[in-house]
Design a protein around this ligand. Structure first.
Ligand code: S3P
Length: 424
């Protein structure tokens, strides 16, 4: 797909629902008693994979234009699927559902696409086995396909070596089926959507610092869930408005949960003109409108406990760094290597193809900014966040850019190119 330099971006945009929250709404809706109604559900391929998995586990789910209805059957209402569950490209589906399947008295095989088959699953297999689940990597490489036989579990206190919401959530979901409370401590705080939504549905989850404990055997009740706009999707419009001169864009109803809003903190530190309007607390998930004006940016260092709060935004932050005066350092971000692609390599490779002075490091990257970018041949490596980041880069680059496999944005944002065009 071809892109060229844009003139000032103007207008308003209402971005689709949060991917993490959409997945969790289906999962908890399925395990609750009674109906859950979800508005602003993200109909991206990843969340559709979660829906299909739960249909195959015997849950009725109806989609209409505005509302997703999940007819929950309670904590013990899932039935054995007749075939392998297909988690597609979705790490969240694969890891979270593994936690749930660990508590089921039947065997399930899980598999996904080529990317999923190379992503690390040992990080969930180790704690889920400690809890008593029988979970094996069928090819013996600690990746999917996985075969899971669940049953009664024991509560554990797990010290996770990685700050990962997928790991934490898999353990908490399994913890519902344990004989005693389950605790997870992580090295720094990852997104807390599971904790918030479990409590909203009637569970008992308590957090203190980076430690969270769930009480077993909760009685979850179907609820109405209104999904905020995804800050990870909003990030592309925020960045585009910042680097295309003369732009002014209003991004409506964006989730600004503190465990997710690192991009806003860093953008401000870089000198971005971003104003938060219409702040609302919602059902534990705060939202705001973001008014963004193009700005001159300066380089910063992004590291430490900030990293989990902006982990999916690092590709677009790397693009911003090219337009910022000075040298940007991204550290402590080795998790990028095990995302939908190795995002240290795929970001740096594509930045270099567009003329940037960027270097990959063991745990991140170094980018010498201030020289802008030129058009080039970009490979998305079938990674939705790489495609969207470089589509934005192309709008501020001199000349034409060609993005290979650009349609992979379908995973998290099917209408991305249409929405981007609407601001031109
Ligand atoms: C997610 C957690 C993060 C994030 C992913 C979604 C979630 O992954 O990168 O896009 O919904 O829990 P990790 O838990 O692997 O950090």
């Amino acid at each position: 797909m071809n892109f060229s330099k844009a003139s000032a971006l103007k207008g308003e945009i209402c971005i689709p629902g949060d991917k993490s929250i959409s997945h969790r709404a289906v999962m908890l809706g399925a395990l609750a008693d009674g109906m859950t109604e979800v508005t602003n559900f993200l109909k991206g391929a990843d969340c559709l994979s979660t829906i299909q998995c739960f249909r195959n586990l015997g849950i009725r789910i109806e989609e209409d234009q505005e509302i997703l209805r999940i007819y929950g059957k309670g904590l013990y209402g899932l039935s054995a699927p007749s075939d392998t569950l297909d988690t597609g490209n979705s790490g969240t589906t694969t890891r979270l559902i593994s936690g749930i399947l660990s508590g089921q008295p039947f065997t399930t095989v899980l598999n996904g696409d080529a990317s999923i088959q190379s992503r690390p699953m040992k990080r969930i297999m180790v704690p889920l086995r400690q809890m008593g689940a029988d979970i094996v990597s069928i090819r013996g490489n600690d990746c999917a396909p996985l075969r899971i036989t669940g049953g009664s579990l024991r509560g554990i206190h797990y010290h996770s070596p990685v700050a990962s919401a997928q790991v934490k959530s898999a353990i908490l979901l399994a913890g519902m089926y344990a004989d005693s409370p389950t605790t997870v401590t992580e090295p720094s705080l990852s997104r807390n959507h599971s904790e918030l939504m479990l409590n909203y549905f009637g569970g008992d989850v308590k957090s203190k610092g980076t430690t969270v404990t769930i009480q077993p055997n909760p009685r979850l009740t179907g609820r109405k869930v209104s999904v905020p706009g995804d800050i990870s999707s909003a990030a592309y419009f925020l960045a585009a408005a910042l680097i295309v001169p003369g732009s002014e864009v209003l991004i409506r109803h964006v989730g600004i949960n503190p465990t997710r809003n690192g991009i806003l903190k860093v953008a401000r530190q870089m000198g971005a003109d971003v104003t938060l309007l219409n702040h609302s607390e919602g059902e534990g998930e705060p939202t705001a409108d973001l008014l963004v004006k193009s700005s001159s940016l300066k380089a910063v260092t992004i590291e430490g406990s900030l990293i989990p709060t902006l982990i999916d935004e690092i590709p677009i932050l790397a693009v911003l760094a090219c337009f910022a005066e000075g040298t940007t350092y991204i550290k402590d971000a080795q998790e990028l290597k095990v995302k939908e692609s190795n995002r240290i390599d795929t970001v740096v490779e594509n930045l270099i193809a567009m003329g940037a002075n960027a270097t990959a490091t063991e745990d991140g990257m170094v980018i010498e900014g201030g020289h802008g970018l030129h058009g080039g041949l970009v490979d998305s490596h079938m990674d939705h966040r790489i495609a969207m980041s470089f589509a934005v880069a192309a709008l501020a680059a001199e000349g034409k850019t060609d993005i290979r496999d650009a349609e992979c944005v379908n995973i998290s944002y099917p209408s991305f190119y249409k929405d981007l065009n609407s601001l031109m």
